[in-house]
Design a protein. Structure first.
Length: 292
């Protein structure tokens, strides 16, 4: 086991190697662990590291929900099959949570609290003592009410504890040969909605179809934000603006988006950035989750 761990740090500088060793030690000290697994960059790295350290004393748990694209679920399942990792899927009915569909500013708190309560129950039923999630140091700089639920429920955040940021996780993932090392960042589809605007299954499906189209067209990092239920605001990387404006692609995007239910299709000139819906929040709302 240790020989396998040693091979993962080839080509990594001493400081980053130290963070990896800190992460491995923390996971090892836990003894058993269930990891909330979305199939993204961070949680894939955490699942792989935890499995390398704990073997059968860890498991991955993935939520199936309206705001989680089927492609992400399939990728999570395939990764666990390939790596021989115990994997369980749990249904998360966030739209049934009281108040969630109204998209309040603490929406992420409501969702994470419900989800991690379920994962804690699964862990207990499988004789696993601890639950962990994959937030990293970069998540400390934005409005993240979901981390409040993590803290309240005693869920571990090993990547943050080890001081790892997203770029370092990508570097380590590449060294470990993980296919997600350069995967685009992803957040649940509910984050595409303006706070206070209703989240519905139909609108989630509109956003999912729209983002899948852009990915199928070869755009690497995308978001389709929905405003008023009829306006699509496309975010792609600035270097991909010219491609989006190519006549054939522009026409295909507009026609397809309208077939999904959007009346208007727009492009954000700032380009992709994480958490752009939080830009409407005041500083007090970011810090305390209060209404304006």
């Amino acid at each position: 086991m240790m020989a396998a761990l040693d091979r993962t740090v080839q080509g990594i500088d001493r400081a980053l190697e130290g963070k990896l060793q800190c992460l491995q030690k923390e996971i090892g000290d836990l003894g058993s662990l269930a990891v909330a697994f979305s199939g993204g960059v961070d949680s894939t790295f955490l699942v792989k590291t935890a499995h390398d350290v704990l073997g059968d004393q860890m498991m991955a748990v993935t939520a199936r929900s309206e705001s989680f694209p089927e492609r992400e679920l399939r990728e999570a399942e395939e990764f666990c099959r390939r790596e021989g990792i115990r994997h369980q899927i749990v249904n998360s009915e966030e739209l049934e949570i009281e108040g969630f569909s109204h998209n309040p500013k603490n929406r992420c708190y409501l969702c994470k609290h419900e989800l991690f309560e379920k994962i804690l129950g699964i862990a207990k039923a499988n004789g696993i003592e601890y639950v962990a999630e994959g937030s990293n140091m970069d998540d400390n700089g934005d409005y993240r009410p979901g981390l409040t639920a993590v803290a309240e429920l005693g869920v571990k955040s090993p990547l943050r504890d080890a001081g790892l940021d997203k770029e370092e996780i990508r570097r380590l993932s590449k060294a470990m040969g993980l296919p997600t090392w350069n995967k685009q960042s992803f957040a649940c589809l509910s984050s595409r909605f303006v706070y206070g605007e209703e989240i519905t299954r139909e609108r989630l499906h509109m956003v999912d179809q729209a983002e899948q189209l852009l990915l199928d067209l070869g755009f690497h990092q995308v978001r389709v934000r929905i405003h008023g239920g009829t306006i699509a605001r496309i975010e792609v990387l600035p270097e991909e603006f010219p491609r989006l404006m190519q006549e054939e692609i522009r026409r295909a995007v507009v026609m397809s988006f309208k077939s999904y239910g959007f009346a208007y299709v727009t492009m954000d000139l700032q380009g992709y950035r994480s958490g752009s819906m939080n830009e409407t929040l005041t500083r007090d709302q970011r810090e305390h989750g209060t209404e304006a």
